[in-house]
Write a protein that binds this ligand. Sequence first.
Ligand SMILES: [Zn+2]
Length: 287
Amino acid sequence: MVVVGAVLGPAAAARRPVEFAVLLLAAVAGGVAGPSVRAAIFRHSVPGRDAFRSRCPRCAAALAVGTRVPGAWPRKGRGPAAAVVPRRWWRAPGPGRLPASGRAPCCGVRIGPPAASVEAVSALACALVVAARPGPAAVAGCWIAVCGIALVAVDAAVHRLPGPLTVATTAGSGFALVPTAWVDPAGVARAVAAAAAATGVLLLVRAATRGGLGGGDCTLAPALGATAGRDGWPALLLAGLVGAVLGALHALVVAARTGRVRGVEVPFGPALVVGVLAVVTAVGPPG
Ligand SMILES: [Zn+2]
């Protein structure tokens, strides 16, 4: 890490400790975001492209995991049959919230991740990001961390990166650059250029591998490129490298577990998310 810090500039070494109140505020913000992340995980952890669910798997009551919109309709039934399938993914419900208890408000059946788990991870992630980058970078970093929890959880459950999640992550990362614009307009320009570069590279890889790289990874690219590239081109390159190595390791683990080498498919997005967060928190300059 010392070597990497030297590559990225001496500023990386000149960090000041963060006040406890600021860390507490970040943890509270992360915890408050938890029920929304929980709802996103529940909503999208269903197999099938463009599928999502908004009803209790036991009693089929509508859950507050997003408002229904015209064009989306519930399929009657229980379990996976209760999934709501929209005509187009951009007509999927908006964000909702589920109680941190991990139980459906209607009948108390256990749904989604274990009680308080998402909220605790989200609080911890935000506190860690702010501890490492107590400046405008924290806003972009925390946004990627919070969205990353949902992306990794859904990917682990159903092996896909849903469009509504990747698009929301990318859109939000644009707004997360607003604090940077106040103090470092050049940083915003860097971030926009990096977002374009990262998207271009992933689209090229997608074309070269004939769709081997998922569309979700490409939709996520602007968010990740902007967040890492805000710190400069070396940071973007390093984040891409860490993501590629993690993605390769993930594929190896899946290949070892399934016992087959050909046709192994793993979403690249979670590896990229972890790579970006690692670089932003570990070697980014202060601010
Ligand atoms: Zn119920």
